[in-house]
Design a protein around this ligand. Structure first.
Ligand code: ADP
Ligand code: ADP
Ligand code: MG
Length: 669
């Protein structure tokens, strides 16, 4: 059967690049569509052709079915691959492709619909004999009724949006007294995120392990599974590290789970790549009678590379083959697991600030190259991480004969990954890979939350060594731009710090260097050797508060790769942590200080989606004032103290810049 002539990729970033790579290898013409924000993106450069579809916000571009179909028709695209996220699980999109006579690289619309709502999906697979989490997934939504159901199920319970995804609208409830408030907030979140307030209530499985099965089906009635992935390392119900196979999995349990997943796929007439997600009760290890269906994702999954690593298959190639009508080239018995694979999701976020998403220019992005180490990314040095889309920068995947070796390889790769610009979770991921309990295979979905301190996800103080290195780098940059002699005082000095208080001290020269360290002023003193000193280079010292000092020799022997020049100064990267050091600019004052700290500022670039207060209104400390949305996540802004709303300088729907003052409170004291 002939391979599809071409594919339009209705997605962006890392997954668009990944799809293009396989499509090109198969000889297909690759057609990208892009938003305004992505005009210069890597996937646009990689594709054979690229077409503009609208402004940056996804709803105006990547979610516009009409525009994408129009480009597909105009370019004669034989197929459309939706990637994940965006339109990948929208039945209307699959239907629109069919109507336009274009092959949708995914399941039939009917299968997407059948699995689209969690309640209906549970009912359907239960009929097919698949175990589901005990709970209520019926139509009744009255609070009293649902609380009655929760009492019967027994606490803790989990309230979930039936239309949910991305961990939104999900609330764990510990006791009956908290049920109503949790229900209300789950319904509110569900209504705003999915336009559907309906929820289901299920047993909260204890010591939960998220184990999912990759399935594949063709149009000829063949359905197989490609084994499991363990995605238990999560934060806010979102995956952080995934691996295959699952630690503690037995061949017996794998066979039972694989069969259940295949049954679920058969029950909806599935075609293509899909994932059946299960939650396993891990209190006594993995047991074949203690796993339950959660949902089916009717698309390729973010973590598919770990399955590719252990099976040696290219899942995107298989998707294209199945979409073009070919039969699966193997049966269940032909498949085997080779070694162990682990994937880490590198995010633009700040673990020291409760994982707040971080945006900005990537001044440096560099990954190590190793045998059986795979890096999937959609960005490169010089690109901007914008607030419009997912904060994922890259996926780093290690494959090795054993789990121990795969984790060691991944930890080493993360330790040698350089990112300067947006804050990232790279140091956090490395610590996760090295955590002894996780290494030993003792973990569940609560592991990250229980170990935030040990994993370094707490505010750290200033990195003194980074400041010393940064100052020396700034001086070094001046050396390049001007001349050594100018800075030594023999000539016309033009350094930005020249008019500060340089003075002579027994032949040596001391100079005050006010610098901004992550925006905070630090008064550094640099001591230069006397002019003409033979060891001049080694004797420059950097100190402040009298307690820290550094020598140029330390600087010269440090890893220069981690000293990244920017337009303002330098970013020093040490152990994955970034410190910004720049010449201090006295005009760059922080407005919040002028407001006695009662200004509520946007924590990041994003969109103000809700404002809960009006000028003159009284608020209590901790009260939610507004919500800013960035990178698919919502962040509540809360009142820093009791007080009265004095001023509001933004309105819902507005894009706001990081640090912008949105609300000013007049407080009591
Ligand atoms: P998965 O279940 O495939 O691991 P997640 O549950 O982590 O994915 O992702 C939540 C949602 O966000 C899913 O709908 C997924 O398709 C989407 N998503 C995740 N990462 C990206 C990305 N880089 N680009 C677009 N969509 C994404
Ligand atoms: P989403 O559509 O947001 O991916 P899921 O139903 O897949 O929603 O659940 C997301 C995560 O929430 C799971 O990976 C798991 O960690 C946790 N979870 C879901 N259901 C349960 C449950 N019944 N007990 C314990 N944890 C659960
Ligand atoms: Mg899920």
């Amino acid at each position: 059967m002939a391979m599809l002539e071409s594919v339009l990729i209705a997605n962006r970033g890392e997954i668009a690049c990944r799809i293009i790579r396989t499509a090109r290898r198969l000889g297909m013409r690759t057609i990208a569509v892009h938003s305004e924000a992505d005009a210069g993106a890597l996937f646009v450069q990689m594709a054979d052709e690229s077409h503009f579809i609208g402004p940056a916000p996804a709803r105006d571009s990547y979610l516009r079915i009409d525009k994408i179909i129009e480009v597909a028709k105009r370019t004669g695209a034989a197929s459309i691959h939706p990637g994940y996220g965006f339109l990948s699980e929208r039945a209307e999109f699959a239907e629109a492709c069919a109507e336009a006579g274009i092959v949708f690289v995914g399941p039939p619309a009917s299968a997407i619909n059948a699995m689209g709502l969690k309640d209906a999906a549970k009912a359907l697979v239960q009929q097919a004999g698949v175990p589901v989490v005990p709970g209520y997934h019926g139509a009744q939504q009255a609070p009293d009724f649902l609380r009655g159901q929760a009492d019967e199920i027994g606490y803790p319970v989990l309230i979930k949006a039936v239309a949910g995804g991305g961990g939104k609208g999900m609330k764990r409830v510990e006791r009956a007294a908290d049920f109503e408030a949790a229900l209300e907030s789950a319904q509110r979140e569900a209504a705003s995120a999915f336009g559907d307030p309906r929820v289901l209530v299920e047993k909260y499985v204890l010591s939960p392990r998220h184990i999912e099965i990759q399935v594949f089906a063709d149009r000829h009635g063949n359905v197989v599974h490609l084994f499991e992935r363990d995605c238990s390392l999560q934060r806010r119900h979102q995956k952080v590290i995934e691996e295959a196979p699952a630690p503690g999995m037995t061949p017996e349990m794998r066979a039972v789970m694989g069969k259940a997943a295949v049954e679920a796929a058969r029950a909806v007439g599935y075609v293509g790549a899909g994932t059946v997600e299960f939650i396993a009760d891990g209190r006594e290890g993995l047991r074949p009678d203690r796993f339950y269906f959660m949902e089916m994702n009717t698309r390729l999954q973010v973590e598919h590379p770990v399955t590719e690593a252990i099976t040696g298959l290219d899942l995107v190639e298989l998707q294209f083959r199945v979409a073009s009508g070919e039969a699966l080239p193997f049966g269940q018995d032909d498949l085997a697991i080779t070694g162990h694979a682990v994937e880490a999701r590198l995010y633009a976020e700040d673990p020291e600030k409760e994982f707040l998403p971080s945006t900005g220019k990537l001044w440096a992005l560099d990954f190590p190259e190793r045998e059986e180490l795979r890096v999937d990314t959609g960005v490169q040095t010089g690109d901007e991480v914008t607030p419009f889309y997912d904060p994922m920068i890259a996926k780093v995947i290690a494959h090795a004969p054993t789990r121990e070796e795969a984790l060691a390889k991944l930890a080493d790769a993360l330790g040698n990954t350089l990112v300067a610009g947006p804050k990232t979770n790279v140091a956090f991921l490395k610590k996760l890979c090295e955590a002894p309990e996780f290494r030993a295979g003792r973990f569940d979905t609560g592991f990250i939350d229980r170990n935030l301190d040990a994993l370094g996800a707490v505010a750290h103080g200033m990195d003194a060594e980074a400041v010393r290195l940064g100052v020396l780098k700034l001086i070094d940059m001046e050396f390049d731009a001007r001349s050594y002699h100018a800075l030594m005082g023999n000539g016309s000095a033009t350094s930005p710090w020249d008019d500060s208080d340089g003075f002579q001290l027994a032949g040596a020269r001391r100079q005050g260097f006010p610098v901004a360290v992550d925006g905070e002023r630090v008064d550094v003193v640099v001591q230069w050797p006397a002019p003409g000193d033979a060891h001049a280079d080694e004797e420059v010292t950097v100190s402040w508060n009298g307690d820290a000092s550094g020598m140029i020799s330390d600087y010269l022997s440090s890893d220069m790769r981690g000293l990244v020049p920017t337009d303002e100064g330098v970013i020093v990267v040490r152990d994955g942590r970034q410190t910004r050091v720049a010449p201090y600019d006295p005009f760059d004052v922080d407005l919040a200080h002028l407001n006695g700290g009662n200004a509520v500022k946007a924590p990041m670039h994003g969109k103000l989606v809700a404002l809960f207060v009006k000028p003159g209104e009284r608020v209590e400390k901790g009260q939610r004032l507004a919500i800013v949305e960035a990178m698919k996540m919502e962040h509540a802004l809360v009142a820093p103290a009791d007080g009265e709303v004095e001023e509001i300088s933004a309105e819902p729907g507005m894009q706001v810049a990081e640090g912008a003052r949105l609300i000013v409170l007049r407080t009591e004291e």
